[in-house]
Design a protein around this ligand. Structure first.
Ligand SMILES: [Zn+2]
Length: 483
């Protein structure tokens, strides 16, 4: 997950055929439902919820879902059992052998209200045990923290979503809308065998959904360490992954021609590295810096970033920070290089893969043609490996109003809509016109934030428990809203 400028690594799309999915009548939206003669809600036993959430996250981390290969099915089954034990219908799918998806539906009493999806992913990025203070798949609970790969990205948030639903069900709180839990696999590799597959094959499960919460935002402390800010991502940069293939005569390196596939490719990459894409401050980025400058007494230039960046001196200073640079322009990053496997052999082809990240509003066709112009060599083939259309969700909605209420009432905090420079599975659901926000109501402390895709990933038991409490409050508030 990402909070403001925290990094998420790139994702690679892998396609594949699907194994049969199980039918899901128990998860489908209900035609009609009666208001039951329910007793008044019971108080929630937060100590019990905290203990249970801690145990669940610890066990969840112990199921190694490193992607590739993912192998999320065991994790999906464990989460399904947890829902079923409390009488919440849940189903798993196996989109490819060993891969897993799980969904559950907590029914509300509203007939015409749009349901909300709580999305998370079960797969994690690799972890090298040699670099970690404690083994990354131990799920160790020590000194008030739960350690392990996925603690924050994204098993912790999944546990928060699940436990909030269980707490609401057990307390007998009746919401005006259904809450759907969906945990997918394969997010870290692009989501084709996870959220992408689910949206393509099982859209009927969430046909009544109008809103979604996912990773991509959360609660951050301000510089004074007293006040907090709720950062909600309403849009993301989109990937445009390209492969450049150069060709030339093959041969022995003792007898080299003047030009080879490798020399052509190197020249092309050199030109690309010199190329500076235009600067463009989109609305959510301008608003984010403005609000943060106001709240955090940041540099006054950030009150109007778009104008401030016209000053070359300030522009240089601002762009020197890689995350800030990525927030205001398309980026072009060569990541993969391949040519001859042998030192003395000149290969016929050489290729490079380029990870471009585009701002919402940038046209992938224009960017690709600009790149071809910069390279200026028609013999180099440019193929698109991955791209999807940039889609944003509105900054105003009944869900944002509920987040704003939570921020004010729970933390005396402000809400800041933003753009994240990484991408998540949210785009699959935004394409289905579902208002999707990157926001999980946990406070990720700066030291913990470094563990996301890094070493010593962990989450505080207190942060986890606070996250569940806030999620319950948020769902109660949003569940009471009609529309
Ligand atoms: Zn993630």
């Amino acid at each position: 997950m990402a909070i403001a400028a925290a990094p998420i690594l790139a994702c690679l799309a892998i396609s594949g055929s699907a194994f049969a999915a199980s039918p899901t009548p128990n998860l489908l939206p209900a035609e009609s439902r009666g208001v039951s003669q329910a007793p008044p809600p019971q108080p929630i036993n937060w100590d019990r919820v905290t203990q249970e959430a801690t145990d669940l996250l610890s066990r969840y981390i112990q199921i190694n879902t490193t992607n590739p290969p993912g192998n999320e099915l065991d994790a999906a089954r464990m989460l399904k059992e947890k829902f079923l034990t409390d009488g919440i219908p849940a189903t798993t799918w196996e989109p490819q052998k060993g891969r897993g998806i799980v969904a559950a539906r907590l029914r509300g009493i509203g007939k015409h209200t749009k349901s909300i999806i709580l999305l998370s992913h079960m797969d994690v990025v690799p972890a090298n045990p040699k670099e970690w203070q404690f083994p990354p798949f131990s799920g160790l609970v020590k000194n008030g923290q739960i350690w392990g790969r996925g603690a924050i990205d994204d098993k912790g948030p999944g546990v928060i979503e699940l436990m909030a639903m269980l707490a609401i069900k057990r307390a007998g709180i009746l919401l005006n809308r259904d809450v759907l839990f969906i945990a997918t696999g394969d997010e870290e590799e692009g989501g084709k065998n996870g959220a992408g597959w689910f949206v393509d094959h099982e859209a009927s499960v969430f046909s009544d959904a109008g809103y979604l919460l996912n990773e991509g935002g959360g609660i951050s402390p301000l510089a004074d360490n007293k006040r907090k800010v709720y950062v909600v991502s309403v849009t993301e940069k989109t990937p445009l992954w390209l492969r450049l293939t150069a060709s030339g005569p093959a041969g022995h390196a003792s007898d080299p021609p003047a030009e080879t596939a490798v020399t052509r490719l190197v020249r092309a990459l050199d030109k690309l590295s010199e190329y500076k894409t235009p600067i463009h401050v989109i609305g959510p980025v301008q608003d984010y810096y403005h609000t943060m400058a106001e709240l955090d007494h940041g540099p006054k230039q950030q009150l109007d970033l778009s104008t401030a960046l016209k000053d070359p001196e300030y522009q240089n200073k601002f762009l020197a920070d890689p995350s800030q640079n990525a927030a205001v322009r398309d980026t072009i990053t060569p990541t993969v290089l391949s040519a001859s496997p042998k030192t003395n052999v000149i290969s016929e082809t050489a290729y490079a893969e380029i990870d471009c990240r585009l701002l919402p509003g940038s046209d992938p066709k224009t960017v690709t043609s600009d790149i071809k112009k910069v390279i200026g060599d028609d013999t180099i083939k440019v193929d698109v490996l991955l791209n999807f259309p940039p889609i944003s969700s509105p900054s105003r909605s009944p869900l944002m109003t509920s987040i704003d209420t939570l921020a004010r009432e729970h933390d005396q905090a402000s809400v800041v809509p933003s753009m994240i420079i990484e991408f998540t599975d949210s785009h699959y659901f935004r394409q289905k016109k579902i208002v999707s926000y990157g926001f999980i109501p946990i406070e990720v402390l700066p030291a913990e934030g470094k563990g996301i895709h890094g070493i010593n990933e962990r989450i505080g038991v207190k942060e986890l428990a606070d996250g569940i409490q806030r999620m319950v409050e948020l769902l109660k508030n949003f569940g009471a809203r009609i529309r």
